[in-house]
Design a protein around this ligand. Sequence first.
Ligand SMILES: O=C(O)CCC(=O)C(=O)O
Ligand SMILES: [Fe+2]
Length: 454
Amino acid sequence: MLLLRKYVEAYTDQYKKASEDVQAYVESPINAYLLVKRLTTDLQVVQDLIITNTESIADIDKLKPGLKFPSDEDLNGAAMALARLQDTYKLDTSSLANGEINGVKCAAELTAADCFELGRQSYTNADHYHAQLWMMEADERLKREVNQTVERSEILEYLAFSTYKLGDVGLALDLTNKILELIPTHERALINKVYYEDEIATRNAAQPKGEDGSILTSVQNKTEDMLFYEALCRGEIKPSDEILAQLKCRYTDNGNPFLKIAPFKVEEAYLDPKILIFHDVMADNEIATIKALARPHFKRARVKRYTTDALNISNYRISKSAWLKEIDHKHVADVVQRVEDMTGLSMETAENLQVVNYGIGGHFWPHYDFATKGDPKAFNRFERKRIATVLFYMSDVAQGGATVFPYLNIAVWPKKGTAAFWYNLHSSGEGDLHTAHAACPVLTGSKWGIYDTK
Ligand SMILES: O=C(O)CCC(=O)C(=O)O
Ligand SMILES: [Fe+2]
């Protein structure tokens, strides 16, 4: 009973602290992780909090009644989001643990136990690369901790095993010997020692292990395509000078008399396929209305599996969506009309407007907006081919969050009030395979968009 009271008190304190941190948490993935550790309830809440943040203390307050201790699943989601950010934006583990992102201090420091927890979760995901990084960091931090937050032998055990999985048996053995210096009777260490020594003796050591079918997030396991995608997200890749030289900016009225007075400001981002950026196409008050209308209806985005036709939550698309109709508000109808004016395409076949919010770590892996060949539904008469896509940005994003086209080497950076527009199909009606695109993970801040396909 006493123990229970202690838990509740500790938790209440954590909760208070977490609420104060909300603003800071919006700024930093590390704070997001700490926040999840402090007040998660269930997976849905983690998704709301860390993955697609809710931006306000009122939202956090709503969670109060259901508070429970963070589950393994919650912490796991947080660790995966952090690993994604770490890889994509080449974030250094020690700096992250110091609460720094790209040289700017924006979060509290992690304890050795926090680092240990991140390592343990990575290990559970068979992500031995990040497990090793975080366990090494935990060990470093532990040396400096007066009140030690975790047992060194536990760190060393995970560290030895991930090191072994990454192929360095010699180091795994050294680490295991260190455990035995601390606890000479450590049972698992004694068994592993013999095992590692055997491996070394049979010179079987060079082979990295660990193909157990689980998620591969380690840098070692990344394909060239993934590494290229991440470089694009970091803004390191550009189209050739020849291609850039052909791009123009212009005013356009699309032959529409109404637009003669206020033509659109259009910037070409690519010519074939045509990708255009429209500047200043949403007013601040429209953005405020649309965010407010969408907020109560947000649900974690789901992805259709064509094999089962079921809509699933998936790690390759992490964001919240809500759908709005023209009748919901004049501002929605105005935006729908604007899409028609911008594109010259009728909105009759369009889906409702999808409002999307990505929080820290939120992203959408490279994909097409039209049904691809392998998808039997592509030939279903109910499944429309999406001719074009319009994407309005309703926020700037402090760091990360670009829309990138991996086959075209271009990155479009979100800017409040602008919109990107592209055709997904060739004029023949066939899908244009160069239109593959993705939403890079948000590193700091929050990304808001309206997504409309027609
Ligand atoms: O948010 C983005 O940058 C792209 C989103 C997207 O491609 C989609 O929702 O289909
Ligand atoms: Fe898309």
